[in-house]
Write a protein that binds this ligand. Sequence first.
Ligand code: SF4
Ligand SMILES: [Zn+2]
Length: 130
Amino acid sequence: MTTTTKTLAAGTVIPRPAKKQNDLNGIRLARERRTMTAMVRIFCRDKHGARAGLCCECEAFLAYADVRLERCRFGEAKPTCANCPVHCYQRERREQARDVMRYAGPRMLWEHPVMSLRHWLDGFRKAPQL
Ligand code: SF4
Ligand SMILES: [Zn+2]
C-alpha cells in the first residue's frame, strides 16, 4: 500500500510562523505609545520620585506595554485599551495600567493637553470585528 505522508527525519525543526508584529511608527500606534509614555512619566515622577527617566518598575511596565502594542491584534485600528473587548494584558499588568491611568489621566490635561484631547477622541473608536 502506498501513502503520500512523508515522515520527517529525527531532529528536523519545523519553523513556526513568525508572530505578527505591528509597526510602532504607524500614526495611531505611535500616538498611543507617546501617550502611554507621558502617563508613565507623570506617574513615576510623582509616585516614585523619578527625576529623569523612569524607575526600574515603570521601565519594565512600559516595555511590557510596548510589546502589547506590537502584538495588538487590531493594529492601527485599535481602540483605546480601556475600551478593548479583548484585554490582552496580564491581570497584574492590567491593574498597574489602571493605577497609572487613574493618576496620570487627569494630570495629562494640564501637562499635555493636545495629547490628552487626542486620547479622549480615540476613546470613541470601536474595536473592529475580527
Ligand atoms: S488591550 Fe486590546 S487594544 Fe490594548 S493592546 Fe491589547 S488587544 Fe490591543
Ligand atoms: Zn516608577
